[in-house]
Design a binder for this molecule. Structure first.
Ligand SMILES: O=P(O)(O)OC[C@H]1O[C@](O)(COP(=O)(O)O)[C@@H](O)[C@@H]1O
Length: 346
């Protein structure tokens, strides 16, 4: 439902109304505001591009800077991580933070103001698209810090996605948009650059049940498991095939952009298990990519699965754990899961 443009609702007002309704407390409300402000700074840096000297690889003297994922970091990966760390370390709402770009979580020190939440984030998603001016984004997830834990360690973040109290992403594209859930629907805010604040532009996003659009990196097809080969084979067979309808394909290779399209008009996004990433358990990370996106998608009436399990019920075993991902329009995710179940049933 599109809000009344005559009375724009800022993110601050929206969150205050949620607090008045007893759906969020002041600490979490202010934490989300801190993350949103950091995303505004990242949006400015991304928007400057080459003019800001932020394109290209991080690292010095031709030495690439490699992160815990074994990936060469981009300058914007490092800058975005620093912006989020700095803003949140002094926000006063956290006990600790964890990032795709850092080996281990970082507890808030006694010298800094502390809170009761744990923040996990992918500071800049879609890194392969940074230098070619295609939409990228920031993804975040918020958990409670277990009671009585002064200095949280990595093990305290290993909570299933159902324990998230908030999740969101910010996409840096033609416009900068923040998409957010606190467990009462999924809502989209657009950054009004003139006034410098996020304004509610879509309240209660709803993913269509059915779809004719799928998103997957088809170049990995030969590495896929048999059920995934069968599932996509039937999509490509179109209306002459067992699915009885034609499907279109899209792949931006920035999860935030692909998921935003799906939250806006439906579809299914998948990054399945393949023999290239099988040893790692998948390509995408559970804690700061799959879980926050799954929470947003479910709150918009969609579904999210590993292909074999509801994503939000996966018990995490590692901070940078990877999982297969299927999310989007409910009936289509159920269809993909059914191919895996039938295959596994032999
Ligand atoms: O390069 P591929 O195989 O198409 O994978 C693209 C996927 O990898 C990602 O870029 C991984 O995220 P990072 O850029 O944060 O590492 C996703 O955004 C995207 O969906």
């Amino acid at each position: 439902m599109s809000p009344n443009p005559a009375t724009p609702v800022s993110l601050t007002r929206h969150l205050l109304e949620e607090q008045r309704a007893g759906r969020i407390n002041a600490d979490l409300r202010l934490l989300i505001e801190v993350v949103a402000r950091a995303c505004k700074s990242i949006s400015i840096a991304v928007g400057k591009g080459a003019l800001g000297g932020v394109l290209g690889d991080a690292g010095t003297a031709g030495e690439a800077s490699i992160n815990i994922q074994g990936e060469a970091q981009k300058k914007l990966d490092v800058l975005s991580n620093e912006i989020l760390m700095e803003a949140n370390a002094w926000g006063g709402h956290l006990a600790g933070l964890a990032s795709e770009e850092m080996d281990h979580s970082v507890p808030i020190s006694d010298a800094q103001p502390r809170g009761n939440y744990l923040l996990l984030f992918d500071p800049l998603d879609g890194s392969s698209n940074i230098d070619v001016n295609i939409s990228v984004g920031t993804i975040f997830s918020v958990l409670r810090c277990p009671d009585g834990i002064g200095q949280p360690g990595d093990e305290h973040y290993l909570q299933p996605g159902t324990d998230q109290v908030a999740a969101g992403y910010c996409t840096y594209g033609p416009s900068t948009m923040l998409v957010l859930t606190i467990g009462h629907g999924t809502h989209a805010f657009t950054l009004d650059r003139e006034i410098g604040s996020f304004v509610l532009t879509q309240r209660g996003m709803a993913i269509p049940e059915d779809t004719k659009e799928f998103a997957v990196n088809m170049s990995n097809q030969r590495f896929w498991e048999a059920p995934m080969q069968a599932y996509v084979g039937d999509l490509l067979a179109g209306k002459e095939g067992p699915r009885g309808k034609d499907f279109n394909m899209r792949w931006v290779a920035s999860m935030v952009a692909d998921v935003h399209r799906i939250l806006t008009r439906g579809g299914i996004f998948s990054y399945p298990l393949d023999s290239k990433c099988a040893a790692k358990g998948g390509k995408l990370r559970l804690m700061y990519e799959a879980n926050p996106m799954a929470f947003l998608v479910e709150q918009a009436g969609g579904a999210a699965s590993t292909g074999r399990q509801r994503m939000l019920e996966v018990q995490p075993t590692g901070l940078h754990q990877r999982v297969p991902v299927f999310l989007g329009s409910r009936t289509e995710v159920e269809a993909a899961v059914k191919y895996h179940a039938e295959h596994d049933a032999g």
